[in-house]
Design a protein around this ligand. Structure first.
Ligand code: NAI
Length: 401
């Protein structure tokens, strides 16, 4: 079929297999152009199919020749209906990895469940013996708790008071006011249950209990801080509480990993267009302005550049630098004082009329469509192609509900 983007709000309902493949190849080329990283050798990536998780998997595999197991929740194609972007990304990644002689297998299913954890442990046991890096990069709106069966839904709300500020519809460029009512205690608890550190700790406990972590193994999960202007909806909102919990969990895990001389970190990454971040009000407008400034300053990065810097200059440079709260920072260029001062100034001036000149809405929209394999250079979008693509090393397919 000929595949075109079909969007509904911040979701794209279709994905392009060739575009996703090209996206993955571009990321691999970037990593290979940067030379070898003395990095991990056997890696588990939880949330490996898109965004930072996919970039981490590519960096480990093509930067330091690592064997990788990826866990994700993606939809395969049905005739006439495309697969999700993460499915095509994973198919492309595994094809490239296997062609390069690298071990790469994947598990598609709910990472929050006991079953998928067990399948992953069994696969590590059978094929790799142990892993020396665990990347935790899940972003999900829901989590069914494996012990209680309760389905928790996360929310993106301010805490303590309502919030109103500008936001943009990146399809139309219309800047409008968004107002969000404050969260109640249940909203906070549910968001922490989904995006906090409990599941990460469960994964690490299960791996450690079965002796599947190599001596000196590293665990890393991803967080975000951002500027004052997004604080009410992000860092001081429900999602921020979840990130506080995730960051505190790094210390708990680090304590447990002392037994194997291992380490656990949270890395604070830069704001980027991913499926997860496009759902957050205010953030798309902030990112449009941020991109404009960071591109002008020549310090713009995508997920792959961020993960390359994380692996090469932070995790595997023999002396991992952290901030006063023990976090790795690769959001350092985003948070530079001069960058934030310029964004704050643009924020006061930005309207529907001024956005085309002040912001990089095109960059935002292009990145959004790129996530689904559209608007990628060199891809023939007129081509009639087969939407059904297999992931070569897929171990199990559990349909999501
Ligand atoms: P993403 O939406 O691109 O990736 C999410 C991944 O989680 C995908 O591989 C998806 O298949 C997987 N996933 C979701 N639910 C699952 C489930 N139930 N079982 C198995 N896999 C599941 O998200 P992104 O943006 O890469 O986020 C990853 C982490 O990075 C999150 O913790 C996020 O908060 C953090 N982060 C994101 C930033 C951004 O601007 N996008 C900035 C800083 C941190």
């Amino acid at each position: 079929m000929v595949i075109e983007p079909r969007t509904r709000g911040f979701i794209c309902l279709t994905a392009h297999p060739k575009g996703c493949e090209q996206n993955v190849i571009n990321q691999i080329n970037y990593i290979q152009s940067k030379g070898t990283i003395e990095g991990p050798k056997k890696v588990l990536v939880i949330g490996a199919s898109t965004g930072f998780g996919l970039a981490s998997r590519i960096t480990a595999a093509f930067g330091s020749n690592a064997a990788t197991i990826g866990v994700f929740l993606e939809k395969p194609a049905n005739r006439g209906k495309t697969a999700s972007a993460g499915w095509y990304n994973s198919a492309a990644f595994e094809k490239q990895a296997q062609a390069a002689g690298l071990y790469a297998k994947s598990i598609n299913g709910d990472a929050f469940s006991k079953e998928i954890k067990q399948q992953t442990l069994d696969l590590i046991k059978a094929d790799l013996g142990q892993v020396d890096l665990v990347v935790y990069s899940l972003a999900s709106p829901v989590r069914t708790h494996p012990e209680t069966g309760v389905k928790h839904r996360s929310s993106l709300k301010p805490i303590g008071q309502s919030f109103a500020d500008k936001t943009v519809d990146f399809h139309t460029g219309v800047v409008s006011e968004v107002a969000i009512e404050p969260a109640n205690e249940d909203d906070i608890a549910n968001t922490v249950a989904v995006m906090g550190g409990e599941d990460w700790e469960m994964w690490m406990d299960a791996l450690q209990k079965e002796n599947l972590l190599a001596s000196g193994a590293t665990a890393v999960a991803y967080s975000y801080i951002g500027p004052k202007l997004t604080e009410p909806v992000y860092r001081k909102g429900t999602i921020g509480r979840a990130k506080d919990h995730l960051e505190a969990t790094a210390f708990t895990i680090a304590d447990k990993l002392k037994a194997i001389d291992g380490k656990a970190y949270v890395s604070v990454n830069k704001a980027l267009v991913t499926q997860a971040s496009s759902a957050i009000p205010v953030i798309p407008l902030y990112i449009s302005l941020l991109y404009k400034i960071m591109k002008a300053e020549n310090i713009h990065e995508g997920c792959i550049e961020q993960m390359h810097r994380l692996f090469k200059d932070r995790l595997y440079n023999n002396k991992t630098a952290t901030d006063a709260q023990g976090r790795i920072r690769v959001d350092d260029w985003e948070m530079r004082e001069d960058v934030q001062a310029q964004v704050a100034e643009l924020w006061t001036k930005v309207t529907t009329e001024t956005l085309p000149a002040l912001g990089d809405l095109k960059g935002y929209a292009d990145d959004f469509f790129n996530l689904f394999g559209f608007r990628i250079e060199g891809v023939n979008y007129e081509e009639d192609l087969n939407e059904v693509v297999e992931i070569p090393g897929l171990q199990s397919v559990i349909p999501s509900n």
